[in-house]
Design a protein around this ligand. Sequence first.
Ligand code: SF4
Length: 268
Amino acid sequence: MSDQQTFDGMPEKLFACTPYRLETWLDCPKKYRYTYIDTPKPPRGGPWGHTSMGSAVHNALREWFTLALESRIIEKGAELVVKYWRNEGFRDVEQSDRYRFRAQNWVRQYLIKVDPHLEPRGIERTVSTTTGRLSLSGRVDRIDERDGELVIVDYKTGKRPPDEAETGGSLALAIYALAAERTLRKPCRTVELHHLPSDTTVAFRHDDASLARHINRAERIAVEALEATAEMSFPATPGALCAYCDYARICTDADRAPAQPWAGLDEQ
Ligand code: SF4
């Protein structure tokens, strides 16, 4: 039976999904259809500058933690940004160079506060767990171990610094915590967003009740998505996200023009 077939709104086998899939459903059911249901896959828009920037930073930090201790120096992090930089989604070479320089400074500023002896329990580690209805998995930027507990670390490179409400309210982070706990067999209650542009870390400590609320919510979202899939009903919910949607160029429901590829970069 495919994951699209349901009984009483739920699949006989567990519905395998990621937090990103559930969040895509919340963003816009039509985008969910384009991303997960349609075959062949519809054409997506081109690369975004802010995505290129975020990828280079994530890749640089991932590799930095795999280096031998003597190589874990701050400047090496900046070099790795150059190694992973792609000139994609920028207005021109001048803009790309300027943002690469900025990304290098974010990484330098971040690594000043990192103990090079830190050995994360996981780097871009895939973790998974099951609920009564779902098989959930996701890839975590970094999993630390502190005082006998695991801590979820998620790097952010967007314009706006996160706050505690966003950190605690993140479905993805809560799922990562539960999945890391199950996968690595150690308690995991604390989740952190590390926002490099503002050099801030926002932490939230979950308890059993808050994690259970997130799992209930994940199951409710999955039920909606599965029921819609069974009926092939994916109503568009146009709005501000359309400007940055990868399908805005083909979607007849988009209520605004696609943004320029570099519009997500912070010009401040
Ligand atoms: S362009 Fe807007 S309405 Fe169309 S799929 Fe994307 S988010 Fe949904």
